[in-house]
Write a new protein. Structure first.
Length: 321
């Protein structure tokens, strides 16, 4: 019996040759798609990404620096004449002038009511009511109440929305005097810078005097004298403690909650302020957190997006009852 030699080569297994060629082709494609030095190229790509990111950040910083320089120049050119604000009758604020312009265009708007009066003409219970309602630490801070800011942030975080602000009387005065009602970050930045400048040049009593003469108390009603005449038919010096509390309760939402609308919130707010005035009579509330004044009560207005100000009765100072 003849034994055939073992078949080899293409003639013996033509299908096997094709499989070998296919495998070889796959290897070649794999090598081309995933080169051996792939891992060495990854750091290069990463370095390129980092470099591009660095260039973008560099240009962003340059742009920010240019904007800051331009804004500093703008503030320098428009910087207020603080010396002119230290004495004399209070002038019309930016808000008042804006309202005048609106009235000129829309005759349906209520006429402007505004008549500045000196702080000496305002009864003590009025100034105390406003300080208690708007800025309990007014005489103790330098324009910014960091403790109120922290409390506002905690409150907003707890509520899950922007429900409470921490603007001081000084900040509100600056906003009314020089700025618009917009809420953009640039306006807020200008408010901070101008508040610092005002606190460096004006005494607290003068800041309070300006604020009480330019604050809005209703549509077209600016200042405590106009508010006293519009709502109660009396001059500011004749306001009773109850009427003073009502004017202070008007400040958080003057067009919605005032002695004319008599909303439920307004009545509650005014009653709370009057209660504090009666509980802490005399000069106790005039020295709220003033140097050497000791602990005193404070009533904080809490603003939300609707202009409401839920009232919280708190005491600030080293000893809390």
């Amino acid at each position: 019996m003849q034994v055939l030699p073992h078949a080899a080569g293409p003639a013996a297994a033509p299908g096997g040759v094709h499989r070998v060629e296919l495998a070889a082709a796959c290897v070649v494609l794999s090598v081309r798609a995933f080169p051996a030095d792939m891992t060495s190229k990854k750091p290069g790509r990463l370095r390129s990404l980092v470099a591009r990111t660095g260039r973008v950040l560099g240009w962003a910083w340059r742009l920010l620096l240019i904007l800051l320089i331009v804004d500093a120049f703008y503030l320098a050119v428009t910087w207020p004449d603080w010396a002119a604000l230290t004495k004399g009758a209070v002038s019309k604020s930016r808000f008042i002038r804006d309202y005048e312009a609106r009235v000129a265009e829309d005759k349906k708007l209520p006429r402007l009511r505004w008549q500045p009066v000196p702080l000496s003409a305002m009864p003590k219970h009025l100034t105390r009511a406003v300080i208690l309602a708007e800025d309990g630490r007014f005489y103790g801070h330098s324009g910014f109440d960091l403790q109120a800011f922290r409390e506002a942030m905690d409150y907003n975080f707890e509520k899950g929305r922007l429900a409470r602000g921490a603007s001081t009387i000084s900040q509100q005065t600056v906003k009314n005097l020089f700025l618009s009602s917009s809420r953009n970050p640039l306006r807020k930045w200008h408010e901070l810078v101008l508040t610092w400048g005002m606190e460096q040049h004006l005494k607290k009593h003068r800041i309070l005097e300006i604020y009480l003469n330019v604050a809005e108390f209703g549509r077209g009603i600016y200042g405590v004298q106009a508010a006293a005449q519009a709502y109660f038919g009396v001059n500011v010096e004749s306001l009773t403690p109850s009427q003073a509390a009502e004017l202070a309760a008007t400040l958080p939402g003057p067009t919605k909650h005032n002695p004319a609308t008599r909303t439920r919130f307004f009545d509650k707010h005014a009653a709370k302020i009057l209660s504090l005035l009666q509980r802490y009579p005399g000069d106790a509330a005039d020295t709220v957190n003033a140097p050497g004044g000791g602990p005193a009560p404070a009533l904080e207005a809490i603003r939300d997006e609707n202009g409401l100000a839920p009232v919280e009765d708190r005491s600030f100072g080293p000893d809390r009852p």
